[in-house]
Design a protein around this ligand. Structure first.
Ligand code: UDX
Length: 445
């Protein structure tokens, strides 16, 4: 059991802190957003993540998971301190590391203050868990060394996360692997202890390799999605079936079945940001990552394909009412960051379409950026008088909608399935004109 500190209570920080507490550690989380900390102390979470509420409430009540505004309090009470602040994209795609730098300075200042009032020997393990470009660990170390007095003993390490939103707790507790970059045996031993309850393989590397594993893994997954989306464009043109192609490809263990679902492209707070950051850091060190530039281009193209399909169905888009079902970038989350659904809506608004929409979780977040849409309480309300229905997120509840009823509600029977998840036969039987991504629908011209 260890005393663990978390700095930054976003999706990664809060899941990491809650799960470490559940594993029996004493965890204290800090955030500079006082409102967020106040709500967390009332077990009100800033985002939806299945199962996280329960763990936060349970561990907070056991006083094994505490929340504070003070980084000094975290540094004072924790031997292991995880940096889990945001590293958003800047205009040119580079990762904004100013929050990581700010927190590193705060940690160093806190360590200096603590060393003045305590005669005990101080050691801290400072861990970058935020997704950061390679070489960041060296900057964190240098920043802290320049501030702390000599004699303060600390190590830096990298422990990137591989949490999927909507699946984050399982991804923490049962990861495919744990990646840890350290500089010495002392740090390695601490990681072996805190991760000992998790029966997944741990790979120990140097810090730079651990940083690259994260960017390389996410970029590979994004590339796999863009690859199958490129193949879906070929299928569209020749009338082949992308789902059959993906199934045939995935039976090769070297390719694997996962991340071969064609659709309107990847979104979220990670893939788009990490691909941009990897391209940017590669450029800085003298490598032109053209492969990843094409991954981005294909992903953007998938959005335009949906607009093209809408035009093929509706002729003129101007003034048409289009229903959007699904706003989050994927199911089981309220996150709309880089959501393909939002990008499609923005393009349709430029065509002077009227947009009605519904999402089980992401409506409030969407209202904050697109207040002028018609927000509906049910999917059927979205369908009323719509000329076209676009399914942009594959929420389970959309699979069991009454499509016979929907047909009577709509002005024209058009559906685009942006995630190829609906039962095409059922739609055809109900009399819809149906388009998907990379699947020729029978009778489609
Ligand atoms: C991703 C990585 O999976 C995770 O390891 C990392 O830590 C954070 O980024 P996340 O973004 O939460 O996780 O979701 P994920 O399930 O990976 O999906 C990302 C996007 O890709 C979604 O928009 C999803 O719709 C899309 N996707 C996924 C596809 O279009 N096709 C697929 O086959 C899989």
């Amino acid at each position: 059991m260890k005393n663990i500190g978390i700095i930054g209570t976003g999706h990664v920080g809060l899941v990491t802190g809650a799960c470490f507490a559940k594993l029996g550690n004493n965890v204290i989380c800090a955030d500079n957003d006082s409102e967020k900390i106040k709500k967390l102390n009332q077990h009100i979470l800033p985002f939806y993540e299945p199962g996280l509420n329960t763990i936060v409430e349970e561990e907070h009540k056991k006083e094994r998971l505490l929340f504070t505004n003070s980084i000094e309090e975290v540094v004072k009470n924790s031997e292991v301190i995880f940096i889990t602040v945001g590293t958003p994209s800047t205009e040119n795609g580079k990762a904004d590391l100013s929050y990581v730098e700010q927190v590193s300075i705060e940690i160093a200042k806190s360590l200096s203050n603590i060393s003045k009032i305590s005669s005990a020997k101080i050691y801290r393990l400072i861990v970058e868990k935020s997704t950061v470009p390679v070489l960041t660990g060296e900057w964190v170390k240098r920043t802290i060394e320049l501030i702390v007095p000599t004699g303060i003993d600390f190590d830096i390490a990298a422990n990137p996360e591989f949490l999927r939103e909507g699946n984050a707790i399982k991804d923490f507790m049962e990861p495919d692997r744990i990646v840890v970059g350290t500089e010495n045996e002392r740090a390695k031993k601490i990681f072996q202890e805190i991760y000992s309850p998790i029966k997944s393989p741990i790979i120990f590397t140097d810090i730079k390799s651990a940083e690259i594993i994260k960017h390389a893994s996410n970029s590979f997954l994004a590339m796999k999605i863009s690859y199958i989306n490129a193949i879906s464009q070929i299928c569209d043109k020749v009338g082949a079936d992308i789902e059959m192609v993906a199934e045939g490809m995935g039976m090769d263990k070297r390719i694997g079945k996962s991340f071969l679902k064609a659709g309107i492209g990847y979104g979220g707070s990670c893939f788009p940001k990490d691909v941009k950051a990897f391209i940017s850091i590669a450029k800085d060190i003298g490598y032109d990552f053209n492969l990843l530039k094409e991954v981005e281009h294909i992903n953007k193209e998938q959005i335009n394909i949906v607009i093209k399909k809408a035009q093929e169905l509706l002729w003129n888009l101007k003034g048409k009412q289009i229903g959007i079902l699904g706003l989050s970038f994927k199911p089981q989350t309220d996150d709309i960051r880089e959501s393909p659904a939002i990008k499609i809506i923005q393009l349709l608004l430029k065509e002077d379409c009227i947009i009605k929409c519904y999402d089980p979780q992401a409506m409030e977040n969407t209202k904050n950026i697109l207040p002028n849409l018609i927000y509906c309480k049910t999917p059927y309300e979205v369908c009323k008088d719509s000329h076209l229905l676009i399914f942009a997120t594959e929420w389970d509840e959309f699979k069991t909608l009454d499509f016979d009823k929907i047909k009577t509600l709509m002005k024209m029977p058009h559906i685009i399935d942006g995630r190829n998840f609906l039962d095409f036969k059922k739609l055809q039987k109900a009399g819809f004109i149906y388009k998907s991504i990379g699947k020729k629908t029978e009778g489609e011209k």
